[in-house]
Design a protein around this ligand. Structure first.
Ligand code: ZN
Ligand code: ZN
Length: 286
C-alpha cells in the first residue's frame, strides 16, 4: 500500500506567496505530494495588495502548463485559482479556463470610501469593519458573510469551498462570539444545508492550525462532524504560501478527521475528483 499527499489550495509569487510555481512543485515532490493544484488569489476588478493582477493571468496559465509537462512523470499538476466571490462583481464564471476552482469569501461589503472590508486581514481591520459597517454587531456581520457564501454556492458554484468559517479567524483573540451560541449554530447549520444542496467539495484547511491564533482548523471540528454526517465530500488542503507549508498540519488533521468518522478525502486524480482512503501518512493509492 502506497501513501502520498494531495493539496489543491496553494499560493505563489503570482499573488501573496513568496516562491515561484516551480519552487512550489519541487517542494511538493519532496514532501511526497503526487497531485497538486495551483490556486493563486484570482484577479479582482479593484486594487488589493494580495490578488494576482489581471495582466499576469496569461503568464500564470502558461507557466502552469509548462510545469505540468516538465514534471508529468513525478506529479499531477492542476491549474486553478482561489477565486474571490464578490457579489455582482466577480466569481468563478469569470475564469472558465481553469482545471478547478476554490471559491472563497474574503471581501464583505465596503467602508464609506468604497474600499472592501477584508475579514482575514489584521485584527485591527476586522474590528474596524465590524464597527464602521455593522455598528459592532457581530451577528449582523456574520450574517452578511454567510449570505455571501450562500449566494456564491447558489449562483456561481466553485469546485471547492475555501475555508468556510474563516470569519472566525480573529475571534480567539477578539472574543466577539462563542461558537456555542444559538444564533451562530443556527446560521452554520443552514449554511451546511446549502452546501449539501450545491454539491461543492468542502476543504478542511490546515492554515488555521499552523498559523491561526486559535490553532484550529477551518472549519471547526464540530462543523466537520456535521459535514461528515451529511456525507458532504471533503478535501484536505494547506493553503500554503511558502514551500514548507505545503503539507503542514496534514498528519494532525488526518488523525482528527479519522477520529470524527471520515473515511475518504477527495482529490483530483487523472483529471477527476475522486475519493481516497487515508491515514496519518497520506492518502492511499489503490
Ligand atoms: Zn483564502
Ligand atoms: Zn488561500
Amino acid at each position: 500500500m502506497q501513501t502520498f499527499w494531495t493539496n489543491f489550495h496553494s499560493h505563489s509569487h503570482f499573488c501573496d506567496g513568496k516562491p515561484s510555481l516551480e519552487e512550489m512543485v519541487q517542494a511538493a515532490i519532496d514532501q511526497n505530494v503526487k497531485s497538486y493544484g495551483f490556486s493563486s488569489h484570482s484577479p479582482v476588478p479593484f486594487s488589493t495588495t494580495w490578488n494576482m493582477p489581471m495582466d499576469r493571468l496569461n503568464e500564470y496559465m502558461n507557466e502552469a502548463k509548462r510545469l505540468k509537462e516538465k514534471y508529468q512523470d513525478q506529479i499531477q499538476l492542476y491549474t486553478g485559482l482561489e477565486v474571490d466571490f464578490v457579489s455582482g462583481k466577480c466569481g468563478v464564471h469569470n475564469f472558465p479556463q481553469l482545471d478547478f476552482s476554490v471559491g472563497s469569501i474574503h471581501f464583505v461589503d465596503t467602508f464609506e470610501d468604497g474600499t472592501y472590508w477584508e475579514i482575514d486581514n489584521t485584527k485591527t481591520i476586522f474590528d474596524r469593519g465590524l464597527q464602521e459597517i455593522f455598528g459592532g454587531n457581530i451577528q449582523r456581520a456574520f450574517k452578511r458573510y454567510y449570505d455571501l457564501s450562500i449566494e456564491m454556492l447558489e449562483e456561481d458554484t466553485p469546485d471547492v469551498l475555501g475555508h468556510m468559517d474563516k470569519f472566525k479567524m480573529h475571534n480567539s483573540t477578539g472574543n466577539w462570539f462563542s461558537e456555542e451560541e444559538e444564533w451562530y449554530k443556527k446560521m452554520v447549520m443552514e449554511y451546511i444545508e446549502v452546501i449539501k444542496e450545491s454539491g461543492v467539495i468542502v476543504e478542511v484547511n490546515t492554515r488555521g492550525l499552523y498559523k491561526g491564533f486559535s490553532k484550529d482548523l477551518y472549519p471547526s471540528p464540530w462543523i466537520i462532524k456535521e459535514l461528515i454526517d451529511r456525507k458532504i465530500p471533503i478535501s484536505l488542503n494547506s493553503d500554503s504560501h511558502t514551500t514548507f507549508e505545503i503539507t503542514k498540519g496534514f498528519d494532525e488533521a488526518a488523525e482528527l478527521l479519522s477520529s470524527l468518522g471520515l473515511r475518504e478525502v477527495y482529490g483530483l486524480w487523472d483529471g477527476e475528483w475522486q475519493p481516497f482512503g487515508f491515514e496519518k501518512q497520506g492518502v492511499i493509492l489503490r
